[in-house]
Design a protein around this ligand. Structure first.
Ligand code: ADP
Ligand code: MG
Length: 783
């Protein structure tokens, strides 16, 4: 988009670089290039050009490009390539600043000894978690304000955030209803701008004092309803000769300290960054063209340019991601170093198992099995995640792993998060096993103690080959004769600790974690980065997609009619109400009311069950089981229905207030139906929702792939919100952002894989990740 606004030197360089690359890729001709560049060059207005050396270099660069339109193609291209190098050098030379290291205190220095910090400030800084200079250096801004471009009032012709400058000519405060509006007119001799503050009467006095004085105002400019332009809730600063035209940090603050004050404290103590040295391997610093740590720490607070800021963020985010990935891989490596038993798997049993299956494996399933078998046969223990949408056929793959493991002469354990899911696995898996002579048992918390004792005895003397159960399996008194494979059906319930407890029950144990929650690759790498990841991304043939429809509340009667028809044809129905009130109690009441109303007035002839958050886990399991076995036609539920429960006859899911759920969660709910061969229907009952919510729900109704839904959801709501991953131990990232830094994460992962292989050469990094992540990843035990 062409704009007439003045641009900074660095903006010119960004534009130039982009255009040069387009020329190199044949997307732009040299004529066009030169024309555009000349136009932009005219727009450059930057106070740094007052520096004659910078001005000189800048001109040189421009003059080097200008003639390329008249050159032979070969020479022109050479010049284009050279210019790219010149831009890079120019940036490194003047767009980045260096810290002044003449007088510096140690990062360990107590904050009270820092410049500009007295006892009062000390107390406030401590509230912000800053007790040393190092803490201060690592107290990063939440945003920045670019003061380098002062746009004259007469040149403001767009809406957006900017800084302008002018004289205060009029101040007044008006009351409109319960609201007060304080307004000031800013003038620069040509034009005027209205500054407006809401409910900040206390500003009035200060503004009066500024009358006829020149100030800077920074804020969002909008067209006012009266035709002119206005700036709402601007930050203002009287011109006093100390203003620096630079990018200013904005810190997260607390009461008792202002931006100006903390900026000053950071600025006057910033030389402390000189104490930091690069801990990242030099080869990576070079390969990834990373900025050194001191300049990055300076740049995160006081960047000389957007380029400086970008490189600083990149440097710090990369380090954060690299160390995290390194820690994950190290934890996995330490596990591998225990050594594994290479299992001998002739594959005869698996063949037999496959022959008896009523269907053929999909290519995805075959590949997953191939990878798992290779892991079992290798001399390293397996640590693998098997990911795939509900219904993609993970169970068969898990069964194949168990069959292979059995053939190699080992026992297997399958651990599920709840009894009901464990029972379901048992029902699905055990018949085929028993037919092949693989003895399988179910062990739950509620199993009678006599039965428990028997199973435990048979496990420890090896009579039972497969045990399926809940966390009961990790209790200390369950022992195995030769446990070789653990399969964990995760569903976001098991923590690293529980996983380890089970793993510790066998020597050289192979572990397979299964999850039906599609999560984006970036998230998978942070949460399951210590595992190899296999994704089943294909559904068995003939599977009908659930038809997802948005219906308005006014059409609910018709949906109910449809429900009656479905039940008459043997279907079952979920009706889900999200948690609207904060309190489970109020919500349970609402559900009880809805249940009463629907079961009496609408669905009188049907059996309607009720499930809500005030019930105990056992009660919930009981209800769910009764629904699964067909005792209810309809289940009204307020809480999220158990993730993995299979109700083959369920064909309809009605979700009220779907806008209150995340899309990933809606996808989970939708996965509960259409499990049999009948068509499934998901109705999203929409009342009064805003356009954004509607857009989200429309996207969802048209998208069946869980990974796509999750990716979209993550972009909208952030990584932590997806299915409550926060509680799942998503590591706190201070600066990296899984969405913005997606590519950086993949690079950091690759690099970490490379470095962890030769970790002996990097004892400092090993030590560092142990101090940061040791607790979480139990790395401490590694020598
Ligand atoms: P998941 O555990 O991944 O949710 P399941 O393993 O329960 O999925 O499989 C869902 C259904 O699909 C089961 O009834 C299963 O028997 C069936 N199934 C699995 N793989 C295939 C296949 N390759 N072809 C046809 N049906 C399959
Ligand atoms: Mg192995």
């Amino acid at each position: 988009m062409f704009t007439m606004h003045p641009i900074l030197v660095e903006e010119f360089l960004d534009f130039l670089e982009q255009s040069l690359l387009e020329v190199l890729h044949g997307k732009k001709g040299t004529n066009e290039l030169v024309e555009e560049v000349q136009d932009r060059y005219e727009l450059v207005a930057d106070h740094v050009l007052q520096n004659s050396e910078i001005l000189e270099k800048f001109k040189q660069l421009f003059e080097y490009i200008e003639p390329v339109a008249d050159m032979q193609p070969e020479r022109a291209i050479k010049r284009v390539k050279n210019s790219l190098g010149m831009i890079e050098r120019f940036r490194d030379w003047y767009l980045i600043s260096n810290p002044d290291c003449s007088q510096m205190k140690q990062p360990s220095c107590e904050i009270k000894y820092a410049k500009r910090v007295g006892p009062r400030k000390e107390a406030i800084l401590k509230k912000l978690g800053i007790s040393t200079l190092g803490d201060l250096i690592f107290y990063f801004p939440r945003d920045y304000e670019d003061r380098r471009k002062i746009i004259p009032i007469s040149e403001i012709s767009f809406e957006g955030k900017l800084t302008t400058r002018g004289k205060v000519v009029n101040v007044e405060t008006k009351k409109i209803g319960s609201m007060t509006i304080t307004a000031a007119v800013l003038a620069d001799g040509v034009s005027q701008l209205l500054l407006k503050w809401f409910n900040q009467e206390y500003l009035h006095k200060g503004l009066q004092v500024l009358k006829n004085k020149t100030i800077y105002a920074t804020g969002l400019v909008k067209h006012s309803q009266f035709g002119g332009i206005e700036m709402v809730n601007p930050e203002i600063e009287p011109e006093d000769g100390t203003q620096v035209l630079e990018i200013l940090p904005i810190y997260p603050l607390t009461h008792g300290i202002s931006q100006k004050e903390i900026r000053r404290i950071v600025r006057e103590n910033i030389s402390c960054v000189c104490h930091y040295t690069d801990e990242l391997p030099e080869e990576l610093m070079k390969k990834r063209k990373l900025m050194d740590i001191s300049r990055a720490l300076l740049g995160i607070h006081f960047p000389k340019s957007n380029y400086h800021l970008k490189k600083s963020i990149e440097r710090l985010a990369y380090e954060e991601l690299f160390l995290m990935q390194f820690a994950l891989l190290l934890s996995r490596k330490s596990f591998e170093e225990i050594g594994g038993l290479p299992k001998k798997i002739p594959g005869k049993l698996a063949e037999e198992f496959l022959r008896k299956l009523p269907f053929k494996l999909t290519d995805s399933q075959k590949e997953a099995h191939r990878q798992i078998r290779a892991d079992l046969m290798s001399n390293k223990p397996m640590s693998r995640l098997l990911q795939g949408d509900v219904g993609c056929g993970k169970t068969v793959v898990a069964q194949l792993a168990i069959v292979d493991n059995f053939e190699a002469g080992f026992q297997s354990a399958v651990m599920a998060p709840t009894s009901i899911l464990a029972m379901q696995h048992y029902r699905r898996m055990s018949p085929a096993f028993e037919e092949m002579g693989i003895r399988t048992a179910l062990l739950l918390g509620e199993t009678s103690s006599r039965e428990k004792e028997k199973i435990k005895r048979m496990l420890s003397d090896g009579e039972i080959s497969v045990v399926i159960g809940t966390h009961t399996l990790i209790q200390e008194d369950v022992s195995f004769s030769n446990l070789g494979l653990v399969i964990i059906d995760e569903q976001h319930r098991f923590g690293v600790k529980q996983r380890e407890a089970l793993v510790s029950k066998g020597k050289a144990l192979d572990t397979l974690v299964m999850t039906a929650t599609p999560i984006p690759r970036t998230l998978a790498l942070t949460i399951y980065g210590d595992l190899d990841i296999t994704v089943i991304d294909e559904m068995p043939p003939g599977r009908k997609d659930v038809k997802t429809m948005l219906v308005s509340v006014s059409k609910l009667e018709q949906v109910y009619e449809f429900v009656k028809k479905e039940i008459a044809e043997g279907g079952q129905v979920f009706i889900v109400y999200p948690l609207i009130e904060e309190s489970d109690k109020i919500q349970a009441k609402a559900a009880i009311r809805m249940h009463e109303y629907l079961s009496k007035k609408i669905f009188g002839e049907f059996r309607v069950g009720l499930l809500h958050g005030k019930m105990s886990q056992q009660e919930k399991d009981k209800i769910m089981e009764r629904f699964a076995t067909g005792e209810f036609d309809i289940l009204i539920s307020t809480t999220v229905i158990e993730v993995g429960i299979d109700v083959p006859r369920a064909t309809v899911m009605i979700i009220e207030n779907p806008e209150r759920f995340g899309l990933a969660q809606l996808h989970q709910l939708r996965g509960r139906i259409g499990r049999g061969d009948k068509q499934g229907y998901c109705f999203l009952v929409v009342g009064n929702v805003d356009d954004d919510a509607l857009e989200r729900l429309r996207y969802f109704s048209m998208t069946k792939n869980g990974f796509e839904v999750a990716e979209y959801d993550m972009k909208l709501r952030g990584p932590g919100e997806i299915l409550g991953l926060k509680q799942h131990g998503l590591p706190e990232l201070k600066i990296a952002d899984l969405i913005r830094d997606r590519e950086l994460l993949f690079r950091a992962r690759n690099d970490a894989e490379e470095i962890v292989r030769k970790k002996e050469q990097y004892p400092d990094i090993v030590k560092k990740v142990k101090t940061i992540y040791g607790e979480r990843l139990k790395l401490v035990k590694i020598a």
